[in-house]
Design a protein around this ligand. Structure first.
Ligand SMILES: C[S@@+](CC[C@H](N)C(=O)[O-])C[C@H]1O[C@@H](n2cnc3c(N)ncnc32)[C@H](O)[C@@H]1O
Length: 173
């Protein structure tokens, strides 16, 4: 069961989904483009090379407007994008471009029950799992830590970014 604070946080994200998307923009802001895209591509380089051959399955947690999920899909990965906010998922789904192999599903990463259902219904075997710019706001990471070994392939990669853009942008721009 997710905690009260996690439910409250998700309700706020649901309320501000449109504002977030409009201020961040479909392909992300300067911070995302200048710092995160090169870092994600460098960290995932080997796996993304496999994606070009159409063999890589990726899971993007807390996807927001889907900016990282689409980056992975553009590299050829089959992507399942999840978020705890239905409004975020609607926005992300509207942005899918032709040729992208993407699915969307609601998943609260603070809930063991939701992860259990997810593992049963979506199976395991993700080569890449990402959670970008989100875990610093998430009330508990224990359910995610318990679920990761069930979701990742043996040599799968889990990439997480901790930072958020406000402070960095102030130093850059
Ligand atoms: C700062 S945005 C980042 C979105 C995206 N990963 C990106 O890089 O742009 C944080 C996202 O985390 C999601 N989120 C917050 N708490 C969550 C939870 N408990 N489970 C799943 N998603 C959550 C929010 O709905 C929001 O979409």
């Amino acid at each position: 069961m997710s905690t009260e604070i996690a439910r409250e946080a998700l309700s706020v994200w649901d309320d501000i989904a449109t504002f977030w998307d409009e201020s961040y923009s479909k392909d992300g802001n300067q911070y995302f483009k200048l710092l995160q895209v090169p870092s994600l591509e460098r960290l995932l380089g080997e796996k993304l090379a496999g994606a070009t051959a159409g063999k890589i399955r990726a899971l993007d947690l807390a996807t927001g407007n889907g900016v990282v999920a689409r980056l992975l899909a553009r590299h050829g990965a089959e992507v399942l994008a999840t978020d705890g906010s239905d409004n975020m998922l609607r926005i992300a789904a509207d942005y899918v471009e032709g040729g992208m192999n993407m699915k969307f599903r609601r998943l609260d990463v603070t809930s063991d029950e939701e992860f259990e259902r997810f593992v049963e219904e979506e199976a395991s075997g993700f080569d890449i799992i990402t959670i970008n710019m989100s875990i610093m706001d998430i009330a508990t990471l224990d359910p995610l830590a318990r679920a990761l070994p069930k979701l990742l392939t043996k040599d799968g990669m889990y990439v997480v970014s901790l930072t958020t853009h406000d402070a960095v942008l102030r130093t850059l721009l």
